[in-house]
Every structure is written in structure tokens, then in C-alpha cells.
Write a protein that binds this ligand. Sequence first.
Ligand SMILES: *Cc1c(COP(=O)(O)O)cnc(C)c1O
Length: 347
Amino acid sequence: MTIDFRSDTVTRPTPAMLEAMMKADVGDDVFGEDSTVNSLEAFAADMFGMEAGIFCASGTMTNQIAIKCHTQPAEEVICEKQSHVYQYEGGGIAFNSGCQVNLIEGNRGRITAEEICAAINPNDVHKPPSRLVSLENTSNRGGGSCYDIHEIEKIKELCDQKNLQLHLDGARLFNAMVARNEAPAVYGKLFDSISICLSKSLGAPVGSILLGKKEFIHKARRIRKLLGGGMRQAGYLAAAGLYALQHHVSRLSEDHRHAQQIAKTLQEQHFVKSIMPAETNIIIFEVSPPYTAMQVTEKLKEKGVLVYAISLTRIRMVLHLGVTPAMVDASCAIVAGLQLDEKERGT
Ligand SMILES: *Cc1c(COP(=O)(O)O)cnc(C)c1O
């Protein structure tokens, strides 16, 4: 048996989700005629109390389209140093939008209104105009950390004062909302645009949604098309996303419990130096020297447990709907019994 903790993107559609996909009513979505895509976009927008939504191929695409729609070339995007939009989107902010970034070193991926305020450029010809603030909730590199909603309220107030747009990379926003017992409409009120991944913890095979004002989403549709992201009978995929939004949200608390169980086991192991608080479905831990992340990853792989070395000393594990309680118990036993060869260490 292989137990895959590398990412929550490894999930396969459940039988019920597949059935919903098979039954989907479809049409040409570029003509606006795919009723399932239209339903998904309306359902998500309604959930967040936002005006409109657009279904895209990936979270990279929804983030990049949002940034493009909010900015002009040579303007500045303020974000956290570890954020996905900066670290993992191939330099897309520069390539697609011609913008530069103003990076803030935050606390486990989160930044404060005070830090943002200090990063806003004065109206000076030397300086690029600050245009957009992009937050990430939960923060991937922050180990699934969640924002305090009061901090986001302060950030929103600041953005309104300074005439900045506010975007949320909510790839795992549902994890944050379940962990903090928050309603989507609260987020809908605070952000100009929100990107949600359906293919992460929600368990759909493909897709993300971008939400915003009607006019903004209209513009997003133009950008999606020019990026080659206009899909035709996309309703088969949208049906999976709709199913995920309707059936896979409340179960996220189970992933969060599992993450805590594994984190507790890891904490007791000699090869674990430190571990980030497991707030949601992500666990990030630091391997004790002289052992290396690669060595631990390889040893776990031999036992059928797949994890992801995100640096020379750090390992990430992500919980998802493909991991059952029995798999979590089995993984904890494997972790507790792991024998690391002294001769192999430090390589
Ligand atoms: C996965 C992820 C995305 C989007 O990734 P895609 O693979 O392009 O769907 C965006 N932001 C964060 C924080 C993510 O974890």
C-alpha cells in the first residue's frame, strides 16, 4: 500500500463525483453555453456573496488573470516572500503583467496591515505605483497557517484608504474557513478578487474559480481567452468542482484532525528537530541534523509513505480525502518505527 502525503493535488475523483461528471449537461463554454460551468460559477459567486465567477484550468491561471486585471505594467504588487504568486508561478507576475513585486517577510506566510503600510510607495517619480496587495490563506509555505480575520479587516481598510486592490490566493481557503469556523460571505466582502482551487483539498481533478465584480470577471474572460484558457465542453470538469463545493467542504475537519495526529507522532521522533503548528491539512517539519530531508523521504518511501522534501532540511506532508483514518494510523506506526542508518546520514 502506498500512502501519498506529497500534496492534496494527488486525489482522484470519488465514484459519486465521477457520476456527477458523467451526467453533466454541457455546451460550448466559449459561447457561454455550458450550463454546468455557468452553474458552478454562479454557485461559487453566490456562496461568497460576490457578483460573478469564472472557471479556469488552474490556480496559477486564476491568480495570474487576477493580477493582470488589477494592474498596469510597471506597477507594484505587494505580497509575502514565500507566497505562491511569487515563488511558484514561473515569474508570471513579470511575464504576464509586467509588474514588479514588493516582498514582505511575514510570519508563516502571513503579513500585517502595518507591514503593508510600510511597503506602500510614496507618490514619487522614482517609485513604481503600489497597486495590488495579494494575500494567501491558508499559506502553503507557512504550513497551512490561517489569517486572523481581524488582520484582514485592517488590511482591507488600509487598501481602501490607499486606493489599492486586494486579491486573495485562496487555494486552500476552505481549509481556513473550516478551521476558523468562518463564512465565505465574510471573505467576499473583504476582497476585490478571490481565487479558489477545486483541485486541492476539495478533491476535484481539475480547476479553479476566480471571483469578483461583474466588470472584473468580464475583463478576466478576455484575459483567460488570450492565455488560451477558453475551454469548450468544460462542464464535465465543472461538475466535479460543483460536487466538491457541495459535498467536500465539511469533511476537511477530518484532514485537520489527521494532520494533528501525525504532527504529534512526528514531534516524538529523534529525527525531527521542529515542526510548524499543524493548523489545517499541511504539516511542515525540520529534520534534525545530521539527517537530511532526502534521507527521511527515501526511508519513508521504502515503507510506502510518500512525503515531499521542500528543502534540504524540510519535509511537507499534506492530508486529503484519499487518506483514510486507517492510513493515518499505519503512517504513524511507520514514522514511529523508522530506522535511519547512521552511515547514510548527512549525505
Ligand atoms: C496550488 C496552489 C496554487 C495554484 O496552483 P495550480 O497548480 O496552478 O492549480 C495557488 N496558490 C497556492 C497557495 C497553491 O498551493
